[in-house]
Design a protein around this ligand. Sequence first.
Ligand SMILES: [Zn+2]
Length: 426
Amino acid sequence: MASTLFTHVRVFDGSGAAPYFGEVLVTDQRIAAISRDGDTPLSSAARGTGDAGGAGCAGCTTVDGHGATLMPGLTEAHAHLSWPSSVERFVPGMALPLDDLVLNTARNARILLDHGFTSAYSGGSLAKTIEVTLKACIDSGGLPGPRLVASSIEREPPTNNATLDPGAVADHGSGPEAVRAFVRSCAELGAKSVKFNLSGESALKPGASLQLLYSDDEIRAAGEQARASGVWLTGHAHAADAIKMGLRHSFRVLYHCTYADAEAIDMLESGKEQIFVAPTLGIVQATLDAAPPPHFDMRHMKEDARIVLERLGMLVPELVKRGVRVLPGGDYGFPFNPNGRNARDLELFVRHLGFTPTEALVAATRLGGQIMGMGDELGQIKVGYLADLLLVDGDPTQNVALLQDRTKLLAIMQNGRFYKPPRAVR
Ligand SMILES: [Zn+2]
């Protein structure tokens, strides 16, 4: 049994409770024991009999945190690992030759893990089986990367044709049977989630966010086939009718939700046991911040981003008040919003959506475990939970922005093993 004992750590456990000082013992993949202030320290038991209340710590690796924060790893709820740009590599467009696309996607997976994201829920891929293959490589220990809910290719109907459109792809076809066949084929290829652009995207094509891209019959067919095939549906949905369509046909994740009206908000509330919302602020803020070269006109995109940000600033606090699960995750992978910057979404939740740092952290950890479909064993520091942990220099419950600085991540543990060992045990 491989064991690691963290001592002298401030524990943020992901539940939303205030941090406490204590010790955490990891044995194999899971958290085996926790001692809080006032409890008998696990370390004293380890020094004595080698048996910490049955948890067993003889010969375990001890990591003295010196007051650093131990917290659950982060989850990115709207990941696009195959989108080309990252903090390590600028790619001007969205296209890469196939071999480069494949390797770059694996690289982006490693980059997310380097930045503390031990889990990622995919918002769609640029090719059908890249993420399924990547997930198999990660799960077998062959490549570093987050736990991954792999998606198929992003899907929208053949008529839509935008210039920066990463989702315009082969295998087009209209009508319920074509959509049904598409969902079935993605499931057969091993995807866990299937992504549909239910409405368009005004940032790419003026007015498109308010246009539905599918008929109700098509999306009903998608919902029926998803249930039959055991896959989850994920929707890009700005328009109120797109949100309602997704909710009617058992979508599990909806992105943006910008133009939710009163009825859509009510429906989100009544579906709150099944639905996850990622408003996707990263791309919005990056659009506002971008200083493009003169030949690249972003005026329209910036105007759209201003509207989206204003609406989400009103909508999201209302959703949260009603108990809807809202998670960080922000379309990282565009040239001006690169993969690796993902933790910025937490700060944006605080700055624009009325979250406290602790609430943003809970959304990225406890709710992260839930969106991964593993809420009973992932996303919190609790006995029995999987040990996906970050050791952070400082207190993110006071300043959530410090998670954007990867040098503050003193250690990254995934599944009980150090991906990034702390300096003392390197
Ligand atoms: Zn997206």
